[in-house]
Design a protein around this ligand. Structure first.
Ligand SMILES: [Zn+2]
Length: 297
């Protein structure tokens, strides 16, 4: 494998399959033969866990409470009552730069679309969270590292507009490696676009809660992920702008233990709460009751 490849690798290989050519049967439904089987190893405590047990436990390690990444659809199922409506799907990147690195961006998009069943790294939904009608936007890390290009930006902007037009609270679940470099400056523009829409939502006094999950970094942290009326995180999530390695190399200092993890950021006042996945929905329902309560006359 070429050295330059390391740029695109993710620790758990979510969307890059490592060295070697990969057979593609072209029908999009072909399951890849992998050796993972029924067990998985927890990166938190190294214990081997039965996958069905992990699933039954909301993808949280029963031993050490490590929160595994979950997909956008799983997240929506977890937070909304059955009968929700998926909206704003079908937008697709136009690959404005005709970008190619080790492989064409168009090819990466196609593969991610096949693997996740989504058209990009996000899914919007309308539905009820407990008694509250909400607009929910959930990011998908398995889609090119949850990176934010024009489609993610536009999809979140639409969620914000829906929340403002209907006066329903907005919940965004962030999971992102940051801006999508294959779209260059177009991806950076999304930060301004979403921040502007959120400012209008704020003016309209419609609540916005951001849930930061592992990882929430780069341009996503630098824009909408830190702009909620409440910014809450799952335990142990990596949250930051630049990665710890880059910062260490820049300042030539060792970073403190737990730097850029949820608990550290809560202690330093960057977050309002750290909430376990099993308590997340109940917490959000209570927070919405509080935020929606009319001001005392
Ligand atoms: Zn564990």
């Amino acid at each position: 494998m070429g050295f330059g490849m390391s740029w695109f690798k993710r620790e758990n290989g979510d969307y890059e399959s490592g060295p070697g050519p990969e057979p593609d049967n072209g029908d999009g439904g072909g399951k890849k033969v992998r050796t993972e089987g029924l067990w998985t190893k927890c990166p938190g405590c190294r214990v081997t866990i039965f996958k069905a047990e992990l699933e039954a436990n909301l993808h949280v390690c029963p031993k050490c409470q490590h929160h595994f990444k979950i997909g956008a659809r799983q997240r929506i199922d977890l937070l909304l009552e059955p009968g929700y409506e998926l909206v704003d799907g079908g937008l697709r990147s136009t690959d404005p730069l005709n970008f190619t690195d080790v492989k064409p961006y168009k090819q990466r998009l196609r593969k991610a679309q096949e693997q996740t069943g989504l058209s990009d790294a996000i899914q919007n939904a309308l539905g009820r969270m407990g008694p509250h009608e909400v607009v929910l936007s959930a990011m998908e890390y398995a889609f090119i590292g949850g990176s934010m290009g024009a489609v993610v930006g536009e999809t979140i902007a639409r969620a914000v507009d829906r929340a403002r037009d209907t006066r329903k609270p907005l919940i965004v679940v962030a999971a992102s490696g940051g801006a999508r470099m294959m779209e260059g400056v177009v991806s950076l523009m999304q930060m301004a676009k979403i921040s502007t829409a959120l400012a209008q939502l704020d003016d309209a006094k419609v609540p916005y809660i951001c849930v930061l999950t592992d990882p929430t970094t780069g341009g996503v942290t630098a824009s909408f992920a830190m702009l909620g009326d409440l910014n809450i995180a799952e335990p142990g999530a990596l949250i930051g702008f630049a990665g710890p390695r880059v910062i260490e190399q820049t300042i030539r200092q060792k970073l403190p233990e737990g730097f850029q993890r949820s608990e550290f950021l809560l202690e330093k006042g960057f977050l309002d709460a750290v909430v376990h996945r099993k308590d997340l929905k109940a917490y959000l329902v209570r927070a919405l009751e509080f935020l929606k309560a009319p001001a005392a006359a």
